[in-house]
Design a protein around this ligand. Structure first.
Ligand code: ADP
Ligand code: MG
Length: 440
């Protein structure tokens, strides 16, 4: 029997808030991490995408964080992307009660973020670049931040943020708790551990690489000219889809071409202003957009449980990119479909990627998706939380969904985001939040 949140030492008020959000039993990484983190230990955690890492580090922060003075947050969560920062902040806010949580990242104005910091933010979620800007402007100081989380440390490394992360860590309280999560714990991440953590406890859950086996992988030989039509067909059959393109320009063009074919598609990439990206992501989550056409960087932070399908429209750069992209589907124990459109000249590279990942699916001509093959879960909420919560271990759910008939019905209003707080009931703590920062 896995322990309950209460047995892990989670305070009653947080347990109640979790219940109100439909979260009843800890996932595996949460059972592993929460008690140690509540004790103030440094932690080095590795677990697959969708396994619940946000609450694994978030619950102990909310339980232990001190009250912040203006411009002096007490806890800091570093995130590689703005989308992820937003998702972490809203997931935590749904259970944070009187603890204030705010996110700061680039691509939007400074004024609001400065104002929030001035009011006092207990838990600050931040992307490294904007945080350093705000520090330079003296809008924030990290001197009193004695709980620090580095989320997705491997991606921080991939995106070249580690020098900034180090500069930032150097400014936090010397006596601090440092918790780090990453999909891999080698090389650069190991160096961060060596330099910034104190006798960390390592908790590893699941396979060392994201568990891509829970998705169904297809490799299709296609001519360049037929890719758009094939893509449109897959989206219509499979449901909510993220399509990966190599360039911003390419994603804009594909979004237009799909729209012309009657698919509700929207591009999402770093060339768009933050509010536009947030709006697009929300439209996708709400079901108003069927397909997000994304570049690799833009998609890094998109953690949405309802993605039924990932299409590699342009080939991924390497096996790591294939993993990151494909990990957008089949999250939190659900199934998913991953389709690679492989042009004739791309076979050799594709085979290399397959070998690295131990995927041995043949490269075939495109096959129309059988009704019984397309992931049929898109109309379900991402977690059937109101049902038997005991079945909700990630990755261990029966894969029976694949055999359910596909519903071609286009109205998918019931989809829920990963950062479910938008649709979660508001927490009623009876206490008044100290500052407006938690209700942006
Ligand atoms: P990760 O960071 O490991 O990729 P997330 O923290 O984003 O995963 O969690 C994935 C999804 O699982 C989110 O929608 C989250 O709300 C949900 N979730 C997390 N913990 C639980 C739980 N104990 N019970 C049910 N759902 C959970
Ligand atoms: Mg995460």
């Amino acid at each position: 029997m896995p322990p309950t949140f209460a047995q892990l030492g989670v305070p009653e008020s947080i347990c109640r808030a979790l219940k109100r959000s439909g979260i009843h039993k800890p996932f595996e990484i949460q059972s592993a991490v929460i008690a140690d983190a509540m004790d103030g230990r440094d932690i080095c955690g590795r677990a697959p995408t969708g396994s619940g890492k946000t609450l694994a580090f978030g619950i102990p922060l909310i339980a232990n964080v001190g009250q912040a003075r203006p411009r002096r947050p007490r806890a800091l969560i570093l995130s590689p992307t703005r989308e992820l920062a937003d998702q972490i902040a809203s997931e935590l806010r749904s259970i944070s009660g009187p603890v204030s949580v705010a996110a700061v990242y680039g691509g939007v104005g400074y004024a609001n973020q400065r104002k929030q910091l001035q009011r006092g933010v207990d838990i600050l979620v931040a992307c490294p670049g904007r945080l350093e800007d705000l520090i330079d402007q003296r809008a924030v100081s990290l001197k009193e931040a004695d709980q620090v989380v580095i989320d997705e440390a491997d991606r921080m490394a991939d995106m070249g943020f580690l020098p900034a992360v180090r500069r930032i860590l150097d400014q936090t309280a010397a006596q601090r708790q440092t918790v780090m999560f990453s999909a891999t714990l080698d090389s650069d991440v190991a160096k961060l551990t060596r330099d910034y953590q104190d006798r960390p406890i390592t908790h590893e859950v699941g396979d060392a690489t994201p568990d891509i086996r829970s998705a169904d992988h297809r490799f299709w030989t296609v001519e360049k000219a037929e890719r758009v039509d094939i893509c449109a067909n897959v989206i219509s059959a499979a449901g909510p889809t993220i399509v990966f393109c190599r360039t911003r320009h390419g994603s804009d063009r594909l979004a237009r071409q799909l729209t012309q074919r009657g698919v509700k598609a929207a591009a999402i990439h770093g060339g768009h202003a933050q509010n536009r990206r947030t709006r697009t992501l929300k439209e996708f989550i709400d079901g108003r957009v069927e397909a997000l056409i994304a570049t690799d960087v833009a998609a890094r932070g998109i953690h949405v449980d309802c993605v039924a399908c990932v299409i590699h429209f342009d080939p991924p750069e390497d096996h790591k990119a294939y993993l990151h992209r494909s990990g957008r589907t089949a999250r939190a124990g659900q199934t998913g479909l991953v389709v690679s459109l492989v042009q004739t000249g791309q076979h050799a590279d594709t085979k290399k990627i397959q070998q690295r990942l131990d995927l041995h699916e043949p490269i075939t001509s495109p096959r129309p998706l059988e009704q019984s093959e397309a992931p049929a879960r898109r109309r379900k909420p991402s977690h059937p939380r109101t049902q038997d919560q005991g079945k909700q271990k990630p990755r261990s759910q029966p894969q029976g969904d694949r055999n359910r008939p596909v519903q071609q019905n286009k109205s998918r209003g019931g989809r829920k985001p990963n950062g479910k707080p938008r649709s979660r009931p508001q927490q009623q703590t009876g206490r008044k939040p100290r500052s407006g920062a938690s209700s942006r």
